[in-house]
Design a protein around this ligand. Structure first.
Ligand SMILES: C[S@@+](CC[C@H](N)C(=O)[O-])C[C@H]1O[C@@H](n2cnc3c(N)ncnc32)[C@H](O)[C@@H]1O
Length: 208
Protein backbone atom coordinates (compact mmCIF):
# COMPACT_ATOMS: atom_id res chain seq x y z
CA UNK A 1 0.00 0.00 0.00
CA UNK A 2 3.04 2.27 0.31
CA UNK A 3 3.08 5.44 2.41
CA UNK A 4 0.06 7.09 0.81
CA UNK A 5 -2.61 4.97 2.44
CA UNK A 6 -5.33 7.55 1.85
CA UNK A 7 -4.54 7.74 -1.87
CA UNK A 8 -4.55 3.94 -2.01
CA UNK A 9 -7.93 3.75 -0.28
CA UNK A 10 -9.49 6.58 -2.34
CA UNK A 11 -8.53 4.92 -5.62
CA UNK A 12 -10.51 1.71 -5.26
CA UNK A 13 -12.23 0.05 -8.23
CA UNK A 14 -15.18 -1.61 -6.45
CA UNK A 15 -16.98 -2.02 -3.14
CA UNK A 16 -15.47 -5.48 -2.65
CA UNK A 17 -12.00 -4.08 -3.27
CA UNK A 18 -12.66 -1.26 -0.79
CA UNK A 19 -13.68 -3.74 1.91
CA UNK A 20 -10.58 -5.85 1.18
CA UNK A 21 -8.29 -2.82 1.40
CA UNK A 22 -9.81 -1.84 4.76
CA UNK A 23 -9.45 -5.45 5.96
CA UNK A 24 -5.76 -5.14 5.09
CA UNK A 25 -5.37 -1.72 6.72
CA UNK A 26 -7.37 -2.55 9.89
CA UNK A 27 -4.39 -3.54 12.05
CA UNK A 28 -2.58 -0.21 11.65
CA UNK A 29 -5.60 2.05 10.94
CA UNK A 30 -5.94 3.44 14.49
CA UNK A 31 -2.19 4.09 14.86
CA UNK A 32 -2.09 5.88 11.48
CA UNK A 33 -5.07 8.04 12.38
CA UNK A 34 -3.58 8.87 15.76
CA UNK A 35 -0.39 10.01 14.00
CA UNK A 36 -2.42 12.09 11.55
CA UNK A 37 -4.52 13.64 14.35
CA UNK A 38 -7.91 12.55 12.97
CA UNK A 39 -10.45 14.89 14.58
CA UNK A 40 -13.51 13.73 12.65
CA UNK A 41 -15.00 11.38 15.26
CA UNK A 42 -14.63 13.78 18.22
CA UNK A 43 -15.88 16.90 16.44
CA UNK A 44 -18.72 15.10 14.66
CA UNK A 45 -19.83 13.40 17.89
CA UNK A 46 -19.93 16.88 19.49
CA UNK A 47 -22.07 18.15 16.60
CA UNK A 48 -24.47 15.22 16.84
CA UNK A 49 -24.81 15.65 20.60
CA UNK A 50 -25.46 19.38 20.15
CA UNK A 51 -28.30 18.72 17.73
CA UNK A 52 -29.67 15.50 19.25
CA UNK A 53 -29.03 15.86 22.99
CA UNK A 54 -31.84 13.44 23.82
CA UNK A 55 -31.00 10.76 21.23
CA UNK A 56 -31.55 7.22 22.50
CA UNK A 57 -30.56 5.11 19.48
CA UNK A 58 -27.62 6.13 17.30
CA UNK A 59 -26.33 4.53 14.10
CA UNK A 60 -22.61 4.85 13.33
CA UNK A 61 -22.62 4.44 9.55
CA UNK A 62 -19.22 3.25 8.32
CA UNK A 63 -18.05 2.79 11.91
CA UNK A 64 -14.69 1.24 10.97
CA UNK A 65 -12.66 0.52 14.12
CA UNK A 66 -15.14 2.38 16.31
CA UNK A 67 -13.61 5.85 16.65
CA UNK A 68 -16.94 7.69 16.49
CA UNK A 69 -18.51 5.22 18.93
CA UNK A 70 -15.69 5.85 21.38
CA UNK A 71 -16.10 9.61 20.94
CA UNK A 72 -19.84 9.37 21.58
CA UNK A 73 -19.30 7.33 24.74
CA UNK A 74 -16.58 9.76 25.89
CA UNK A 75 -19.09 12.60 25.43
CA UNK A 76 -21.42 10.86 27.88
CA UNK A 77 -23.79 9.19 25.41
CA UNK A 78 -25.30 6.19 27.21
CA UNK A 79 -28.04 5.12 24.77
CA UNK A 80 -28.11 2.35 22.20
CA UNK A 81 -25.29 2.40 19.65
CA UNK A 82 -25.20 0.31 16.47
CA UNK A 83 -22.24 0.23 14.08
CA UNK A 84 -22.36 -0.84 10.43
CA UNK A 85 -19.34 -1.29 8.17
CA UNK A 86 -18.33 -3.08 4.98
CA UNK A 87 -15.09 -4.42 6.41
CA UNK A 88 -15.01 -7.37 8.80
CA UNK A 89 -11.39 -6.53 9.63
CA UNK A 90 -12.31 -3.02 10.73
CA UNK A 91 -15.33 -4.26 12.71
CA UNK A 92 -13.14 -6.76 14.57
CA UNK A 93 -11.20 -3.76 15.94
CA UNK A 94 -14.40 -2.01 17.06
CA UNK A 95 -15.44 -4.68 19.54
CA UNK A 96 -14.11 -2.80 22.56
CA UNK A 97 -15.85 0.45 21.65
CA UNK A 98 -19.07 -0.25 23.57
CA UNK A 99 -21.43 -0.78 20.65
CA UNK A 100 -24.62 -2.71 21.34
CA UNK A 101 -24.32 -4.35 17.93
CA UNK A 102 -21.81 -4.35 15.08
CA UNK A 103 -23.14 -5.33 11.68
CA UNK A 104 -21.25 -6.08 8.50
CA UNK A 105 -23.03 -4.52 5.56
CA UNK A 106 -23.41 -1.49 3.36
CA UNK A 107 -24.97 1.78 4.43
CA UNK A 108 -26.49 1.90 0.95
CA UNK A 109 -28.77 -1.01 1.88
CA UNK A 110 -29.40 -1.10 5.62
CA UNK A 111 -31.32 -3.94 7.26
CA UNK A 112 -33.17 -1.66 9.69
CA UNK A 113 -36.82 -0.68 9.58
CA UNK A 114 -37.74 2.85 8.60
CA UNK A 115 -37.60 5.27 11.51
CA UNK A 116 -35.20 3.27 13.71
CA UNK A 117 -32.59 5.88 14.72
CA UNK A 118 -32.90 9.35 16.25
CA UNK A 119 -29.21 10.05 15.65
CA UNK A 120 -26.83 9.05 12.84
CA UNK A 121 -23.10 9.74 12.61
CA UNK A 122 -20.79 9.03 9.66
CA UNK A 123 -17.12 10.07 9.79
CA UNK A 124 -14.63 9.54 6.98
CA UNK A 125 -17.27 7.93 4.79
CA UNK A 126 -18.44 10.75 2.49
CA UNK A 127 -15.10 10.93 0.74
CA UNK A 128 -13.32 9.84 -2.44
CA UNK A 129 -14.10 6.29 -3.59
CA UNK A 130 -16.45 5.49 -0.69
CA UNK A 131 -20.14 6.39 -0.76
CA UNK A 132 -21.81 9.13 -2.79
CA UNK A 133 -24.74 11.36 -1.94
CA UNK A 134 -27.04 8.54 -3.00
CA UNK A 135 -26.47 7.16 0.53
CA UNK A 136 -28.30 10.11 2.12
CA UNK A 137 -31.72 8.69 1.19
CA UNK A 138 -30.99 5.42 2.99
CA UNK A 139 -29.81 7.26 6.11
CA UNK A 140 -32.96 9.36 6.04
CA UNK A 141 -35.11 6.23 5.61
CA UNK A 142 -33.81 4.68 8.85
CA UNK A 143 -34.02 7.98 10.75
CA UNK A 144 -36.98 9.05 12.87
CA UNK A 145 -38.57 12.44 12.26
CA UNK A 146 -36.53 15.14 14.06
CA UNK A 147 -33.43 12.93 14.03
CA UNK A 148 -30.01 14.54 13.65
CA UNK A 149 -27.63 13.24 10.97
CA UNK A 150 -24.03 14.47 11.33
CA UNK A 151 -21.30 13.64 8.81
CA UNK A 152 -17.84 14.69 7.70
CA UNK A 153 -17.80 15.70 4.04
CA UNK A 154 -14.70 16.44 1.99
CA UNK A 155 -15.06 19.88 0.46
CA UNK A 156 -13.03 19.12 -2.68
CA UNK A 157 -15.90 16.85 -3.80
CA UNK A 158 -18.80 18.68 -2.14
CA UNK A 159 -20.33 19.40 -5.55
CA UNK A 160 -20.93 15.68 -6.04
CA UNK A 161 -22.95 15.53 -2.82
CA UNK A 162 -24.89 18.77 -3.20
CA UNK A 163 -27.55 17.60 -5.70
CA UNK A 164 -28.56 14.79 -3.32
CA UNK A 165 -28.61 16.86 -0.12
CA UNK A 166 -30.29 19.80 -1.86
CA UNK A 167 -33.02 17.57 -3.31
CA UNK A 168 -33.84 16.17 0.13
CA UNK A 169 -34.02 19.72 1.48
CA UNK A 170 -36.26 21.01 -1.29
CA UNK A 171 -38.51 17.95 -0.91
CA UNK A 172 -38.94 18.83 2.77
CA UNK A 173 -37.23 15.63 3.94
CA UNK A 174 -34.54 17.37 6.00
CA UNK A 175 -33.12 20.78 6.75
CA UNK A 176 -29.48 21.64 7.18
CA UNK A 177 -28.90 22.68 10.80
CA UNK A 178 -25.16 23.34 10.73
CA UNK A 179 -22.14 23.32 8.42
CA UNK A 180 -18.85 23.63 10.27
CA UNK A 181 -15.80 23.98 7.99
CA UNK A 182 -12.56 22.56 9.42
CA UNK A 183 -9.30 23.35 7.63
CA UNK A 184 -7.39 20.24 8.67
CA UNK A 185 -9.64 17.53 10.00
CA UNK A 186 -6.46 15.46 10.04
CA UNK A 187 -4.58 17.90 12.29
CA UNK A 188 -1.10 16.69 11.30
CA UNK A 189 -1.61 16.23 7.55
CA UNK A 190 -1.81 18.60 4.66
CA UNK A 191 -5.41 17.86 3.95
CA UNK A 192 -8.23 19.21 1.90
CA UNK A 193 -10.77 21.10 3.95
CA UNK A 194 -13.72 19.15 5.24
CA UNK A 195 -17.05 20.27 6.64
CA UNK A 196 -19.03 18.69 9.45
CA UNK A 197 -22.61 18.91 8.24
CA UNK A 198 -25.68 18.23 10.36
CA UNK A 199 -29.19 17.84 9.02
CA UNK A 200 -32.46 17.42 10.94
CA UNK A 201 -35.07 15.16 9.39
CA UNK A 202 -38.52 16.62 8.97
CA UNK A 203 -40.57 13.44 8.84
CA UNK A 204 -41.60 13.45 5.20
CA UNK A 205 -43.12 10.47 3.42
CA UNK A 206 -39.62 9.04 2.78
CA UNK A 207 -39.57 8.03 6.42
CA UNK A 208 -42.76 6.05 6.39
C1 LIG B 1 -12.03 6.31 6.62
S1 LIG B 1 -12.85 4.95 7.34
C2 LIG B 1 -13.71 5.78 8.68
C3 LIG B 1 -13.97 4.86 9.83
C4 LIG B 1 -14.47 5.58 11.09
N1 LIG B 1 -15.80 6.12 10.89
C5 LIG B 1 -13.50 6.65 11.51
O1 LIG B 1 -13.83 7.84 11.49
O2 LIG B 1 -12.36 6.28 11.85
C6 LIG B 1 -14.19 4.63 6.23
C7 LIG B 1 -15.00 3.40 6.63
O3 LIG B 1 -16.18 3.37 5.81
C8 LIG B 1 -16.44 2.03 5.47
N2 LIG B 1 -17.31 2.03 4.29
C9 LIG B 1 -17.04 2.50 3.06
N3 LIG B 1 -18.10 2.34 2.25
C10 LIG B 1 -19.07 1.77 3.01
C11 LIG B 1 -20.40 1.35 2.77
N4 LIG B 1 -20.97 1.47 1.56
N5 LIG B 1 -21.10 0.79 3.78
C12 LIG B 1 -20.55 0.63 5.02
N6 LIG B 1 -19.28 1.01 5.31
C13 LIG B 1 -18.56 1.58 4.32
C14 LIG B 1 -15.06 1.42 5.27
O4 LIG B 1 -15.09 0.01 5.35
C15 LIG B 1 -14.27 2.08 6.39
O5 LIG B 1 -14.27 1.33 7.58
Amino acid sequence: MGDDRLGWIFDTPSTDALAARYDHWAESYDADHQTWGWQGPTLTAEALRRHAPSARRILDAGCGTGAAGRALRASGYAGELIGVDLSGGMLARAVDAEYDALIRGSILDLSFRAGTFDGIIATGVFTHGHVGGVAFAELVRVATPEAAISITRRDDISEAFAPFSDALASDGVWRQAEALPITNLHENREDSQQTIVTWITLGSSLNK
